[in-house]
Design a protein around this ligand. Structure first.
Ligand code: CTP
Length: 433
């Protein structure tokens, strides 16, 4: 079910006070679904125990390939093969010098020579050592050899001096590592915004959030997804309307997930209580009528239509031009049906367009959803029982059942975040291709 592709990263830790930050780098990479193995220099183990990394990676941590307990007699070759990135955090002036000069007198430097993977180095050292002509010369040489650097930053160093040499923030190191990984041959990304030009640009924490700690395979590249989101508002008079509790969270989660996986996404958004995700085209449409019009305009460019909006089924027949006064004990509102956007999309669907609906129910969830799928001629329907705890409109979580056209089986999705559910829905959409 998972659409994440595992990237393999070798993390090299050399001997500096910043070695402890390598633990956080490791954790962030693992959260990003990377498989990480760790090698340390002899000096690094003065700062931090190999056992820490062993516990976190569940793998032997290589320090010395001649060590009797080393399970692999040619570890520096095996360790260096079939990896997508060789990342050094922190890198001392010494390890940089060894790499630059082809010295292979320990496990980490031997691995460097034996690997053909991209190399990313995050140095950390005292300012004078950093500025030393020898260090700078070695760095220049390595850059010429194609090695990438996450430059150290300026700040107060462990030796109490202030200057350049401090390890870059771990989030930025990981973001730049991910940047390199999405450009690796394993990745299907062709249009990553984290391209070469931006490589050295600082990636802030928010951007890292948008990376979503996930190296999503770009399995939706080429798809143009049109999604309706949020609730509609049907005006009674200039100040009042009929609406519902929809927040837009589920639809926006689908939009965000689809964008991450390479789709071009257009959202037709009614009333929502959350911010739309970045990098999706948002068109606002408040009433069912406006939403219908906007969808019809955008539809011909779409390859997938997802109706996640809670469209009002009825609207006042007449909208009062001025505010209705409180001069009657009983006020009758006459309501008429709104256009059913999803049904209309299905009716005029072009070749290759996949149509996905949602069904918010309070009883007989699966039966009602199945009949909606048939009536509206859908490929897939996501049904919610909105009375369940953890499911429903303003919640960050959801519980749902996915039904597929021509398939008696149902996919039960237990309580999970809307973001996670969005990915599973998209997995099912992709299977329909
Ligand atoms: N929908 C739509 N246009 C409407 C009403 C609903 O596009 N005017 C879409 C919703 O976006 C959702 C699906 O139809 O994808 C089902 O919506 P729902 O409100 O559950 O069903 P209805 O068809 O309105 O039926 P009912 O209210 O009778 O359950």
């Amino acid at each position: 079910m998972s659409k994440k592709e595992k990237y393999r990263v070798d993390l090299g830790v050399s001997g500096g006070i910043a070695a402890y930050k390598a633990i956080e780098v490791l954790r962030l990479l693992q959260k990003s679904d990377c498989e990480v193995r760790v090698a340390m220099t002899r000096h690094a183990i003065e700062f931090i125990q190999p056992l820490t990394f062993r516990a976190l990676t569940d793998a032997y941590v290589l320090v010395d390939d001649y060590a009797p307990e080393n399970p692999d007699p040619i570890a520096h070759i095996n360790f260096s093969q079939n990896i997508d990135l060789f990342l050094i955090v922190p890198a001392t002036a010494n390890i940089i010098a060894k790499f630059a000069n082809g010295i292979a007198d320990d496990f980490l430097s031997s691995t460097y020579l034996a690997s053909t993977a991209p190399v990313l180095i995050a140095p950390a050292m005292n300012t004078t050592m950093w500025e030393n002509a020898a260090t700078q010369r070695n760095i220049e040489q390595l850059k010429k050899d194609g090695v990438r650097f996450v430059e150290p930053i300026s700040g107060e160093l462990a030796c109490k001096t202030v200057g350049t040499g401090k390890l870059e923030d771990v989030e930025n190191i990981v973001a730049q590592a991910l940047n390199l990984l999405v450009q690796s041959p394993k990745s299907k990304v062709q249009n990553s915004k984290y391209d070469d030009k931006n490589f050295n640009a600082k990636v802030n924490a928010q951007e890292l959030e948008t990376l979503d700690f996930g190296l999503w395979t770009q399995d939706l590249l080429g798809e143009k997804i049109l999604i309706t989101v949020g609730g509609t508002r049907e005006a009674i008079d200039p100040v009042r309307f009929i609406s519902n509790h929809s927040s837009g969270k589920m639809g926006f989660a689908v939009a965000k997930a689809a964008e991450k996986r390479g789709a071009k996404v257009t959202v037709i958004a009614g009333a929502t209580s959350v911010e739309p995700p970045e990098n999706v085209n948002v068109i606002r449409a408040i009433s069912a009528e406006e939403m219908h019009r906007a969808v019809m305009k955008e539809l011909e460019n779409a390859t997938v239509f997802i109706g996640a909006a809670a469209v009002a089924d009825y609207r006042p027949v007449k909208q009062a031009a001025t505010k209705i006064k409180k001069n009657k004990n009983i006020l009758h509102l006459e309501l008429e049906k709104t256009p059913d956007i999803l049904s209309d999309v299905s009716k005029i669907r072009h070749d290759g367009l996949l149509v996905v609906g949602f069904a918010a129910e309070t009883e007989n969830v699966v039966e009602y959803a199945r009949s909606k799928m048939q009536k509206k001629n859908l490929d897939l329907i996501v049904a919610n029982d909105i009375t369940k705890n953890g499911a429903g409109f303003d919640s960050d979580t959801n519980i749902a059942t996915i039904l597929r056209r021509g398939d008696k089986e149902k996919i039960e999705l237990p309580l999970m975040s809307k973001r996670e559910m969005a990915d599973i829905i998209l997995d099912e959409v992709i299977k329909l291709r």
